[in-house]
Design a protein around this ligand. Structure first.
Ligand code: FES
Length: 79
């Protein structure tokens, strides 16, 4: 089923982009252009993302960090 008729993007493609790490409509647009023409599909993309299509969103809801934190770097004292 097509989500974005302007670019022929299917629901399965949006879910695959989400599984690959896209968690926002803007990130989906970067991956496949969906939502960048008439914008009529953006709410549908938001709905798909809101239903747990993004694995990182589930991690955040479980209390885990969505991205790895950079190790703390000790800076030398100023002279
Ligand atoms: S239907 Fe997706 S941009 Fe038009």
């Amino acid at each position: 089923m097509f989500v974005c008729s302007c670019f022929g993007v299917t629901e399965a493609q949006v879910k695959q982009h989400a599984a690959d790490g896209a968690c926002t409509p803007r990130q989906i647009a970067s991956a496949c252009k969906a939502g960048t023409d008439c914008g009529g599909c953006v709410r549908r993309i938001q709905a798909l993302l809101g239903r747990g299509a993004c694995p990182r969103r589930e991690l955040v809801e479980q209390g885990e960090a969505a991205v790895a934190l950079a190790p703390r770097v000790e800076l030398p004292e100023a002279a």
